[in-house]
Write a protein that binds this ligand. Structure first.
Ligand SMILES: O=C(O)CCC(=O)C(=O)O
Ligand SMILES: [Fe+2]
Length: 475
């Protein structure tokens, strides 16, 4: 699968570009074949000439006739010599290695990629309210390209339609927001289809699996909020967090070094976006250019699409259109020690419970639906739990994203634009170890650009001294 990682899309385009040499080869091969056939048909023509002479029973005893025979046969000779020289010179162009072609084609995007791209575009359409006519004209995020051709449009319609039918007949969990994407695909087919939020199709689609999510997150409302935030429309925090907002008048930006040897000479600028319940902050310029490049290069060959288990077996996760890989702690310590040390220095968290780094690259229209980062989402924690959940998330941005791809917190009404080198940090757990569900967050689909992140999660166990726990559900 290629479409779910922009880096791989770029890779395949490079491959095709490299294959220009091969394209030139095919070109030469075809031209050589044409030339060869041309010689053969000339030989045939002369041979037919001789045949005609023979059929007219013209005797070679006639000198003029003999001359013509000899002349024509000589032409054949000359042509044959030409063919020999030609075959000699064009040997390379006459040999066709179909294995090479097969290997090349095996690297190219498949139908699944085309399908994923069509769905990605409808996702962008739903999230960013893009006009159907803009899509048809090849304009996305005010960026012109060439208009789609009729076969391209027909393909897009076909794939979005297939997706629609497939998901309708799919036995697993289908949630309202997925229908919105699909219904907006139908809007692509027919712009007159009503706004998806007004359609009663949605009630047809509730499944027991969805109900669970529905209770947990009240999906309908929250997805509206999610999309609004993605479009950079103003969103108020939900009432449950409002009481804490009055405390936030003094939100600050400050430089921190914590007297920590790793950052004392290069303090980190922290910008608080939400001070409490949960604390959300941006750590500016914590990942160097070199680290950003090296992490991406290191990850590229290992990226894999996340899957989920369904009745149909393992299928790509519909909620996460990206590819990820883990950089094990041993590798982090060896090759990326300063990345880790700077995060330890600024957070004062014990480095022993830092998880392996997860590097991620989003694909075409790729994003990550609303979720909690907890390893054990449904579980209520207390200090007697043996489970060890994720206390802190740090999403470091390895690239800027030209348009879209923001990280949003629907309950908090917060939107964070990826800024290369900075890290978005938040605490997933309250002081008593229970999950703080206000931290649910999502990555908006990438509208234009190549979004790379590196996630650093820090586990709760081992932080007893660094992060004081108590019985409250304060942060
Ligand atoms: O890519 C983002 O902005 C957020 C990523 C995220 O939430 C995750 O990987 O858990
Ligand atoms: Fe997350």
């Amino acid at each position: 699968e290629i479409f779910s990682s922009m880096a791989k899309v770029k890779d395949v385009l490079e491959l095709v570009q490299d294959y220009d040499v091969k394209v030139e080869f095919f070109d030469n091969y075809i031209r050589a074949q044409e030339q060869y056939l041309e010689y053969l048909s000339q030989i045939l023509e002369v041979a037919e000439n001789i045949d005609q002479l023979l059929s007219k029973d013209l005797s070679p005893e006639h000198p003029a006739v003999a001359f013509r025979y000899f002349h024509d046969m000589n032409v054949i000779h000359r042509l044959k010599n030409k063919v020999d020289v030609f075959l000699d010179e064009e040997r390379n162009n006459m040999q066709f290695d179909s294995k090479e072609l097969r290997d090349f084609v095996a690297e190219l995007p498949t139908e699944e990629d085309l399908n994923g791209t069509a769905l990605g575009i409808t996702r962008l359409k739903a999230t960013y309210k893009i006009n159907v006519s803009d899509i048809a004209n090849g304009v996305i995020a005010n960026r012109p390209s060439r208009p789609l051709t009729l076969p391209e449009i027909l393909d897009m319609i076909q794939y979005t339609y297939i997706n629609f039918v497939e998901i309708l007949s799919f036995g697993g969990c289908i949630c309202t927001h997925e229908y919105k994407h699909l219904l907006s695909s139908l809007m692509l087919l027919d712009p007159k289809v009503d706004d998806p939020s007004n359609t009663n199709c949605i009630s047809l689609t509730r499944t027991p699996g969805c109900q669970y999510h529905r209770e947990e997150f009240a999906l309908d409302r929250i997805f509206e909020t999610f999309y609004k935030l993605c479009r950079n429309e103003a969103v108020k925090p939900i009432a449950a967090v409002a009481p804490y907002l009055s405390q936030q008048r003094h939100l600050v930006c400050k430089y921190v070094h914590n007297n920590h040897p790793y950052i004392i000479l290069q303090p980190v600028k922290i910008e608080y976006l939400n001070e409490n319940r949960p604390t959300v902050a941006i750590l500016h310029d914590v990942v160097s250019r070199r680290e950003r490049t090296d992490l991406r290069l290191h990850a590229l060959d290992f990226l894999k699409r996340a899957t989920v288990t369904t009745k149909k077996g393992q299928v790509p996760s519909p909620n996460k259109i990206s590819q990820t890989m883990l950089v094990k702690n041993a590798i982090v310590n060896k090759y990326f020690p300063r990345f880790r040390q700077r995060l330890v220095g600024v957070t004062k968290l014990a480095s022993g419970s830092f998880e392996s780094i997860q590097v991620g690259n989003y694909g075409l229209g790729g994003g990550y639906n609303i979720h909690l980062d907890l390893l054990f989402p449904g579980v209520k924690h207390n200090f007697t739990d043996t489970t060890n959940n994720r206390l802190t998330t740090m999403v470091t941005y390895l690239t800027d994203v030209e348009n879209g791809g923001a990280t949003v917190f629907p309950d908090l009404g917060l939107r964070v634009r990826p800024q290369k080198g900075s890290a978005l940090m938040f605490f997933n757990l309250f002081r008593n170890g229970t999950s703080n569900n206000f931290t649910k967050h999502a990555s908006c689909p990438v509208l234009y650009g190549d979004k790379w992140i590196a996630n650093q999660w820090v586990l709760r166990n081992g932080q007893e001294f660094a992060y004081k726990c108590d019985l409250s559900n304060e942060w």
